[in-house]
Write a protein that binds this ligand. Structure first.
Ligand code: HEM
Length: 564
C-alpha cells in the first residue's frame, strides 16, 4: 500500500525537491515568474555542484545495455536537472491533479516516459507490460526494490518492517506474516460485526449530512488494532461525541494519522511551519512517534506477560491460537520485531481498507440502482448477518472474494454487482514506485514509438500509476472513466487490473480486505434503507500513503424500518 505505496512515486520523484524546500508548495506560483534562462542557470549551478560531489550520477555503461534504442525522453526545457517537469509535477500535487496530470502526460508518450529528476534519469510508466516485468517477472522482479529514499523516509514510523525492506529482510517478514493473513476466519468476521454495530449505533441516521470517510477511517483503525494488537482503539463511537475525545485510543489515532502524513512527505504545511521544522525539527512528529510506540509497547508488554502466564486471554478471544498477535509472540520473535510487524500491518490494514470502503460508498450513494440489485442479491439472508461459510454461496460475493483470479460465477447477471469496479476506478494504492537495484531493462519505453525495450540504469526511479493504467481505453474501452460494472461481462482480461499489485510482493491482505468490504456492504445495506448522495463537489484526489477523496464521502442515511 503505497501511494507511497508507500511513498508514492510522485513524492519520491519530488522528494529531493520538496525536501530542499520542505513540503510547502506555496512557492509554486512564484516559479511561474522564473524565466527559462534563470532555471537553466540555477540548474547548471546545482548540477555542477552535484557532479563534483559525484552523488547523483547513475552507474551506467554496461556494454550489453548500450545496444538499447534511445528512450522516449520528455522534451525538457531544462535539459540539465529537469526542474521544469518537477515543478509541473509539484504544481499538479498542489492543485490535487497529480493523477490526472500524469495520466494526460503519459498518454502523449505511449505509456512510458523517461525524464530527468534532478539530473538523474527516471522513468514513469502506465504500461501493463512494464508493471508486470517489475512486479511479477521471475527474473526482473529482483532487479527492482523499494529503494533507499522510501526506506529512509518511512524508517521513523515503520522501522524495517515488510513495507520498508527489500531482499532477505523482506523475505523473512513475508514468510512470517503470510501464513497468518492467508485465510479469513470466523473470529475475524465477528470482529468486523462488532465494529459495524458500533458504526450503526454512532452515525446519525436522521437525514443529516454525514461524511463517511472519517467514519471508515476510524472503523478501519479500530478493526486493525483489534485484529493485530488484540486491543481496539475504539475511536469510532467518539467521532460523534466530542466530550469523549482525548482518550488514549483517540490520542493514538491522531498520532498515527499525523506521523503517516509527516513521513510520507505530504502535508499541508505552511511556509512558517516548514521553516520552524527546518530549524527546530518536527516536534509534533517526535511526540506522535512517542505516543504510538508507547501505546504498542505497553500492549506487547502486557500480552507477553499474559502469554507467559497462559492464564489470561484478550477478552474477545475464544481461542488464543487465533489471535494474530499471540502467534507472533509464540514464534519467539523479539518485542521490537513484533512492534515493527504490527506497525506495518496497521498501515496496510487501516488506510487502504478505509480508502476502499469510502470509495465503495462514494459510488453506491450515487447509484441507487446498484444498491437495489445488491439488496435483491442478499435478500435470502432476510436481514440476518451472513456467516463466513455463507459468503461463498452468493455468486456476487464469491466473485468479490475470488477477486484476483479469472474465475467467474456461472450467473453472469450477478456479476454486475461486483465491487472490483470500485477498485478499478479508485485504487487505494493509486501510484507507486520502484528503484532499479542494478542496470536492467523494461519491455517498453525505448525507441521513437516507445515500444522497444527500455534500458533502466541502476539507481533510476520507476514511478507507475495504477490509477491511470486502470483507465486505459485500450484495455477497458472508450468509456473507461465510467462506473459501469457490466463491462466485466464483456471484458475478462486482468492484464491492466492490479489494485493489489502482483507477483512476490502482492498484497497479503487481499482476502481480509475483500471479505471486510463484502461483509460490510451487506450489513450496511441491510441496515440502511436509503443512502442519499450529499456530495456537492466531484471526486478529487487527496494523496497520502493511500489515495482518498479530498472532499470526503457525504451522505444522508435512513435506517431500514426492519432494523428499527
Ligand atoms: C483494499 C485494501 C488494500 C489494498 C488496495 C492493498 C494494496 C496493496 C498493494 C498495492 C501492495 C503492494 C505495495 C508495494 O509493493 O509497494 C500491498 C502490500 C501489502 N499489503 Fe495490502 N492492500 C489492502 C489491504 C491490506 C490489508 C487489510 C492488509 C492486512 C494487514 C494488507 C497487507 C499488506 C502487506 C503485508 C503488504 C506487503 C507485501 C510485501 O511487501 O511483501 N493489505 N497492499
Amino acid at each position: 500500500m503505497d501511494n507511497s505505496s508507500l511513498a508514492s512515486s510522485a513524492f519520491v520523484a519530488l522528494r529531493p525537491l520538496t525536501s530542499s524546500v520542505g513540503n510547502n508548495y506555496e512557492f509554486l506560483p512564484s516559479v511561474n515568474r522564473l524565466s527559462s534562462l534563470s532555471i537553466f542557470v540555477i540548474s547548471l549551478g546545482i548540477f555542477l555542484a552535484l557532479t563534483k560531489s559525484k552523488i547523483w550520477l547513475n552507474k551506467t555503461g554496461s556494454p550489453a545495455l548500450s545496444t538499447y534504442e534511445k528512450p522516449l525522453w520528455y522534451p525538457h526545457k531544462d535539459p540539465i536537472l529537469g526542474l521544469d517537469v518537477l515543478f509541473d509535477l509539484a504544481r499538479a500535487v498542489y492543485n490535487h491533479r497529480f493523477l490526472e496530470f500524469t495520466a494526460e502526460m503519459i498518454s502523449r508518450f505511449n505509456g512510458t516516459i523517461t525524464y530527468l529528476s534532478l539530473g538523474r534519469q527516471a522513468v514513469y510508466t502506465v504500461d501493463p507490460a512494464n508493471l508486470h516485468a517489475m512486479l511479477s517477472d521471475r527474473i526482473r522482479f529482483k532487479d527492482f526494490g523499494h529503494g533507499p529514499t522510501r526506506r529512509q523516509s518511512l524508517q521513523p514510523l515503520f522501522g524495517s518492517g515488510i513495507f520498508n525492506s527489500d531482499g532477505a529482510v523482506w523475505k523473512k517478514h513475508r514468510s512470517t506474516l503470510r501464513p497468518m493473513l492467508s485465510r479469513v476466519r470466523t473470529i475475524e468476521v465477528d470482529i468486523f460485526e462488532s465494529h459495524l454495530q458500533s458504526l450503526m449505533q454512532s452515525v446519525p441516521a436522521d437525514g443529516s449530512t454525514v461524511d463517511l470517510q472519517p467514519v471508515f477511517n476510524a472503523m478501519a483503525l479500530d478493526i486493525s488494532t483489534h485484529l493485530f494488537l488484540g486491543t481496539s482503539t475504539n475511536v469510532l463511537p467518539y467521532l460523534f461525541n466530542s466530550d469523549l475525545r482525548g482518550m488514549r485510543g483517540q490520542r493514538f489515532a491522531t498520532a498515527f494519522d499525523y506521523s503517516q502524513r509527516a513521513v510520507s512527505g505530504i502535508d499541508d504545511f505552511s511556509l512558517s511551519g516548514l521553516c520552524w521544522k527546518l530549524l527546530f525539527g518536527d516536534k509534533k512528529l517526535d511526540e506522535s512517534l512517542q505516543t504510538i510506540h508507547s501505546f504498542i509497547d505497553e500492549i506487547i508488554e502486557q500480552a507477553s506477560k499474559n502469554f507467559l502466564e497462559e492464564s489470561r486471554l484478550p477478552e474477545f478471544s475464544d481461542d488464543k491460537g487465533q489471535i494474530f498477535f499471540y502467534k507472533l509472540l509464540g514464534e519467539g520473535r523479539s518485542k521490537e520485531d513484533i512492534k515493527h510487524d504490527i506497525l506495518n500491518l496497521l498501515l496496510a490494514g487501516k488506510d487502504s481498507t478505509a480508502s476502499f470502503l469510502a470509495s465503495i460508498w462514494y459510488v453506491l450513494c450515487q447509484r441507487p440502482d446498484v444498491c437495489d440489485k445488491i439488496r435483491a442479491e442478499i435478500s435470502p439472508l432476510q436481514g440476518q448477518r451472513p456467516q463466513l461459510e455463507d459468503l461463498s454461496k452468493f455468486p456476487y460475493l464469491r466473485m468479490v472474494l475470488q477477486e484476483g483470479k479469472l474465475e467467474f460465477p456461472t450467473s453472469l447477471e450477478k456479476l454486475i454487482l461486483r465491487t472490483p469496479t470500485v477498485l478499478r476506478l479508485y485504487p487505494p494504492v493509486a501510484i507507486n514506485q520502484r528503484t532499479a537495484e542494478v542496470d536492467t531493462f523494461l519491455p517498453h519505453g525505448g525507441g521513437a514509438d516507445g515500444k522497444s525495450p527500455l534500458r533502466v540504469p541502476r539507481g533510476a526511479s520507476v514511478g507507475y500509476s495504477v490509477y491511470a493504467m486502470h483507465r486505459l481505453p485500450e484495455f477497458f474501452g472508450e468509456d473507461a472513466n465510467e462506473f459501469r460494472p457490466e463491462r466485466w461481462l464483456e471484458n475478462r482480461q486482468k492484464t491492466a487490473y492490479m489494485p493489489f499489485h502482483a507477483g512476490p510482493r502482492t498484497c497479503l491482505g487481499q482476502q481480509l480486505s475483500m471479505c471486510l468490504a463484502t461483509y460490510s456492504t451487506i450489513r450496511l445495506l441491510q441496515y440502511y434503507e436509503r443512502v442519499e448522495n450529499r456530495n456537492e463537489k466531484p471526486w478529487q484526489e487527496k494523496l497520502g500513503l493511500n489515495c482518498t477523496s479530498r472532499h470526503g464521502v457525504k451522505v444522508a442515511l435512513v435506517v431500514s424500518r426492519h432494523a428499527r
